[in-house]
Design a protein. Structure first.
Length: 419
């Protein structure tokens, strides 16, 4: 088990007081806080090794290049990728999905071709494909979540409907894109199983997995999943904002044209034409976020030291506690499965008729930070027939006491709204 009080000492921001109360930061699905090891890695880089990468012969440039490429190796190891040239640094998960849509999608998906998504995708894995379909005349097919049998409403089971998923796959399917862990319902998709269904039913289709909520919270071994593209984002896993990752198989990346053109990504330029740099740099035009990559490397070191199995266990414990406590409050509706073992550390809920923004605002007055709104998943909100939800999401530094403060805060919401 992890030593939370020791971990908390590494996060300076957790000492803050908000509205006179000790901060309880329960908005980790939006972004995580950063330990001093990450903050120092970034500031040390600027203090001691700052130079541009891949260009200079001078010592600092060589040092900066080594630091950045070491970070790439660390990230590759962290997610079980053997060939670190398959790790493309981008700005965030959203940019990674766009890179795939522009470089691969626009060259391979045309009129009448089908793109299969689930109804619970984050907008970054939804709007990107919707736009491509609108442009190219491709067809979007949306897989619903499974309807629970019996008494409980849909939102309390809610894994991807496997029958509908299988039925959506046809000879025309070019791309299947789905989340690994839902940022609203916490559902953990069985990525290997869904991938093997795609291989069986639509062998020519490519598979893209959005791992933005998975990689920070559980062991992920990309090479073993059997997908073609996997994306994640550094700022949700203790890293800085501005750095994310696209992974794809080498053969696929080699076939794909560059997404952005300019410096760093070329091999040779003559007046008439240019040729492209090797992987991964072919997809990293311009000066990259060097400090961001180094910061992400430090984040990966930090998480590896704790062990992702331990991160997952800690979050299961907090989620179990949260679901138990929230279930005891009349008028609180929890969305997603109630068994913490099958879900990530994200708990979305509503309190009677109170608007989620009011819930979040009253909790903020108690120093408890949660997110409210549609969570960039409006198709899912429509599916659940709600406008919005409040959401608490946990990480390594959260405690059961903080969950209890969330619950107490909900008591205050109920008083204010006379629920
Ligand atoms: N995919 C999922 C599943 C996400 O939860 C998010 C961000 C993204 C993609 C996009 O990540 P980005 O780094 O490119 O922005 N999710 C959230 C959230 O739930 N609240 O704020 C951001």
């Amino acid at each position: 088990m992890i030593d939370v009080s020791k971990i908390r000492e590494d996060f300076p921001i957790l000492k803050r007081r908000i509205n006179g109360k000790q901060l309880a930061y329960l908005d980790n699905a939006a972004t995580s806080q950063k330990p001093k090891q990450v903050i120092e890695a970034i500031s040390n880089f600027y203090k001691t090794s700052n130079a541009n990468v891949h260009r200079g012969i001078h010592t600092l440039s060589v040092e900066a290049t080594e630091l950045m490429e070491n970070a790439r190796r660390k990230v590759a190891d962290f997610v079980g990728v053997k060939d670190s040239a398959e790790i493309i640094f981008v700005r965030n998960a959203t940019e990674a999905v766009n890179l795939v849509a522009y470089s691969w999608g626009r060259n391979n998906i045309g009129r009448g071709d089908e793109i299969v998504l689930t109804v619970a995708e984050h907008h970054s894995n939804f709007v990107v494909w919707q736009q491509l379909a609108l442009e190219n005349g491709a067809v979007l097919k949306i897989v619903p979540l499974r309807q629970a049998q019996g008494l409980r409403p849909i939102h309390e089971n809610g894994e991807v409907d496997l029958v509908a998923f299988k039925n959506a796959l046809t000879k025309k399917t070019k791309l299947v894109a789905f989340f690994h862990v839902s940022n609203v319902l916490g559902i953990i998709n069985n990525a290997n199983r869904l991938s093997s269904i795609v291989h069986r039913e639509a062998p020519k289709a490519k598979i893209l997995i959005d791992g933005a909520q998975a990689v920070p919270h559980m062991p992920v071994d990309i090479d073993s999943i059997g997908c073609d593209f996997y994306v994640f984002t550094g700022h949700k896993m203790l890293g800085p904002t501005g750095i994310g990752v696209l992974w794809a198989k080498r053969e696929l990346l080699e076939e794909m044209p560059p997404f952005l053109f300019g410096g760093e990504m070329i091999s040779k330029v003559v007046l008439e034409k240019s040729s492209w740099n090797e992987l991964p740099w072919k997809f990293e035009a311009g000066t990259p976020d060097i400090a961001g990559a180094i910061g992400l490397g430090a984040a990966v070191d930090y998480l590896s030291k704790i062990g992702m199995e331990n991160v997952r266990k800690h979050e299961i414990k907090l989620t179990e506690h949260a679901i138990k406590k929230l279930s005891e409050i009349p008028d609180v509706t929890i969305y997603g499965p109630l068994d913490a073992k099958v879900r990530g550390g994200v708990v979305a809920f509503n309190v009677g008729p109170a608007h989620a923004h009011d819930v979040a605002s009253i909790l903020d007055s108690e120093g408890v930070a949660i997110r409210s709104g549609h969570h960039c998943a409006q198709p899912l909100m429509e599916f659940l027939q709600i406008e919005s939800a409040a959401r608490a999401s946990f990480y390594i530094y959260n405690t059961e006491e903080e969950v209890d403060r969330l619950v107490e805060g909900i008591g205050k919401v109920k008083k204010v709204f006379k629920i």
